[in-house]
Design a protein around this ligand. Structure first.
Ligand SMILES: Cc1cc2nc3c(=O)[nH]c(=O)nc-3n(C[C@H](O)[C@H](O)[C@H](O)COP(=O)(O)OP(=O)(O)OC[C@H]3O[C@@H](n4cnc5c(N)ncnc54)[C@H](O)[C@@H]3O)c2cc1C
Length: 415
């Protein structure tokens, strides 16, 4: 059977390896780290078929400009004179249109629903696996009339596209959250959404893969490629060269830089976010997004994770504590009796979401090479969409038709 080398062992690389090894491919994953510090570990773990609108959408530009001037705001672009940043911002601006949203919805919806069905089959197949998968839906909670109007408008759009939505009053929200005092105007509930524990999911996949003979080479940084004509023969790392019949790039926010080594223009920047865990008391029952604060809340039993912010940057070293304060401040504004201390810097996790400027992933073969595929650019939905992306890439290597629409995800769309 053919050999596949995957650059990147985040959730996309792991799921791709999972479905490829099911098809009998000989798979090697190369990762520059030890898989413990990528974006796939400390995120909110939401599986969100409700998210049918990409980040690049009307309204974000105006809000973004306002947020740029506040150090605790949820969205920030580090201003610097960098050609890549300017190109990304221009493309993002051009994509933030109603037309782009209408175009993207069928693609995102198809991919998301397919992905959720794969999660349910995975859980059914591995009943003993402790993934923390729960189908408790998602609450979009708001405090202001302005946010209510936007969310209710979005709920109508989502239901026109066949998703189940419920518009809730404050009392309805309180019934769904019987233990925490809810200081909200209301909410929209998406009962079809789910969540899981991302660290447990990563751990489970690594164990599965290693037991099936997938080689995971840690601390091997992909530097370049050995090529002949239209074929990449080997991936060059600081630990040696790895030959393969196919190469898949799933290196998260670094995938754009790697694509440039392959002469492909695939704009990508990191969207840095932070999260921290707190004791879940009083017990929050359901995942939620605190709409005005753009904070994600995910209960994991006795603990609850709060996460958020989107700082467009490639630097994951520095922690901007003011942004974390922004997340922390939002909590008791919605859950009135929830008092958690501001976390110590050492307990704050951060990750770089791989963000394409149009908010759509890059999935599939590139036309530049006969044997190179991409699986990246999932931005805020990498956990949600990873099984679908992995499965589609495996189907492509088996010469099978993709199970859902994928044309919008072409890795060549900016080349
Ligand atoms: C605060 C926060 C909350 C989030 N919440 C959710 C959520 O609720 N639901 C959801 O669906 N998504 C969520 N996300 C987004 C999700 O975490 C990402 O989309 C996803 O983890 C991206 O996975 P990935 O495999 O593409 O990238 P990564 O997890 O970053 O993995 C890429 C891997 O490639 C490796 N790599 C990079 N460069 C090289 C190189 N040159 N050589 C070798 N290896 C390399 C890295 O070491 C890394 O291990 C959230 C993100 C944040 C920050």
């Amino acid at each position: 059977m053919s050999k596949v080398v995957i650059a990147g062992g985040g959730i996309i690389g792991l799921f791709t390896a999972y479905y490829l090894s099911e098809e009998g491919f000989e798979v090697t994953i190369l990762d520059k780290g030890d898989l413990s510090a990528n974006c796939s570990i400390g995120n909110a773990g939401m599986i969100v078929p409700s998210h049918i609108v990409p980040l690049a959408s009307p309204g974000i530009i105006g809000k973004g400009l306002k947020w740029m001037f506040s150090s605790t705001s949820p969205f920030y672009i580090h201003p610097k004179l960098d050609r890549r940043l300017l190109q990304w911002c221009l493309l993002f601006y051009q994509s933030a249109t109603k037309k782009h949203v209408a175009y993207s919805i069928p693609y995102l919806k198809g991919l998301s629903l397919f992905s959720k069905s794969l999660y349910l089959s995975l859980a059914e197949q591995h009943v003993a696996a402790d993934l923390g998968l729960e189908e408790k839906g998602l609450l979009m909670l708001y405090k202001t009339e302005e946010a209510a109007q936007e969310e209710i408008e979005f709920a109508h759009l989502a239901s026109q596209h066949g998703l189940v939505t419920e518009v809730l009053s404050q009392e309805d929200v309180q019934k769904l959250e019987p233990y925490a005092g809810m200081d909200v105007l209301g909410g929209v509930f998406f009962p079809g959404d789910a969540h899981l524990n991302p660290a447990k999911l990563n751990h489970f996949l690594v164990k599965q893969l290693e037991s099936k003979g997938v080689k995971i080479i840690r601390n091997a940084e992909v530097l370049d490629f050995a090529c002949t004509g239209r074929t990449v023969n080997a991936v060059i790392t600081d630990k040696g060269d790895y030959a393969g019949d196919y190469v898949i790039i799933a290196a998260g926010s670094a995938s754009g830089q790697i694509a440039r080594k392959l002469q492909i223009n695939m704009p990508m920047l990191g969207g840095k976010g932070y999260s921290f865990l707190a004791e879940n008391s009083p017990a929050i029952q359901r995942p939620a997004i605190l709409v005005e604060g753009k904070v994600a809340v995910t209960p994991f039993g006795k603990e609850v994770r709060f996460g958020g912010t989107m700082e467009i940057t490639d630097d994951n070293q520095k922690k901007n504590i003011n942004r974390v304060k922004g997340i922390h401040n939002a909590i008791s504004r919605y859950y009135s009796d929830f008092q958690c201390p501001m976390p110590d810097a050492k307990n704050i996790w951060s990750g770089l979401r791989p963000c394409s400027p149009d908010g759509l992933p890059y999935i599939g073969f590139t036309q530049r090479w006969d044997n190179v595929l991409f699986g990246t650019g999932h931005s805020m939905m990498g956990i949600s969409l990873a099984p679908a992306t992995g499965k589609i890439l495996a189907e492509q290597l088996m010469n099978r038709k993709a199970p859902v629409l994928i044309e919008a995800f072409s890795p060549d769309r900016y080349s």
